[in-house]
Write a protein that binds this ligand. Structure first.
Ligand code: K1U
Ligand code: ZN
Length: 169
C-alpha cells in the first residue's frame, strides 16, 4: 500500500471533472487500498480520487469511530434527495484547518458499484449523507469553499497560499 499526496486548495486540478471508472480491475483495487491508507493516515472520513489527482469517479468513506466500516463508491449516482436541507459544519483534507457551514440535503439515496464491482444502493442520512454529497462534489470539481461567500473564499485562498509558501521554505 502507499500514502498518496493530497492536492491542496486552490490547486486548479481540484476543479477537473472526473470520468466514470471503466472496470473494477486490479489497478482500481490497488487505488482503493491506497486511498483508504491515505484517508486513515490523514484522519479523514472521506476521500475522492480527484483529491489525489486521479480524475475517475471513485470515493472512499469511513465515518465510524472505530475506523472499521470502509465504504467504496464507484460511479456513484444520487437517485433521491430529501427536500429537507440542513446546514452542517464541514472540513476538507484539501483545505486543512478550515471548517464552515454548508447546506446539504438531509438524506440521499445513492447507487454505486462497490470495491468488487457489485451494484449497491445506500440510504444515507446524518454525517454519511453530508460526506457523500461533499465527496461527490469533488468528483464534479467542486470544493466546499465554493459554497461560502466570495469574501470568505478569498480569505481562505490567501491563507492556504501563504501556508503553502511557508511549507516550501
Ligand atoms: O473530502 C475530504 O476532504 C474529507 C473530509 C470529509 C468531510 C468531513 C466533514 C464533513 C463533510 C465531509 C474530511 O474527512 S475532513 C476531516 C475532518 O476533519 C472531519 C472528520 C470527522 C468529522 C468531521 C470532520
Ligand atoms: Zn473534501
Amino acid at each position: 500500500m502507499a500514502l498518496l499526496p493530497i492536492l491542496c486548495f486552490p490547486d486548479p486540478r481540484l476543479h477537473k471533472v472526473a470520468q466514470p471508472v471503466q472496470a473494477v480491475d486490479a489497478r482500481i483495487k490497488t487505488l482503493i487500498a491506497d486511498m483508504f491508507e491515505t484517508m486513515y493516515h490523514a484522519h479523514g472520513i472521506g476521500l475522492a480520487a480527484t483529491q489525489i489527482d486521479v480524475h475517475e469517479r471513485l470515493i472512499v468513506i469511513d465515518i465510524s469511530e472505530e475506523r472499521d466500516q470502509p465504504l467504496v463508491l464507484i460511479n456513484p449516482e444520487i437517485t433521491w434527495a430529501s427536500a429537507e436541507m440542513k446546514v452542517n459544519d464541514e472540513g476538507c483534507l484539501s483545505v486543512p484547518g478550515i471548517y464552515d457551514g454548508v447546506e446539504r440535503h438531509e438524506a440521499v439515496h445513492v447507487r454505486a458499484l462497490d470495491g468488487e464491482g457489485q451494484m449497491r444502493v445506500i440510504e444515507a442520512d446524518g454525517l454519511l449523507a453530508v460526506c457523500i454529497q461533499h465527496e461527490m462534489d469533488h468528483l464534479l470539481g467542486k470544493v466546499f469553499v465554493e459554497y461560502l461567500s466570495p469574501l470568505k473564499r478569498n480569505r481562505i485562498k490567501t491563507k492556504m497560499l501563504k501556508a503553502q509558501r511557508e511549507e516550501r521554505r
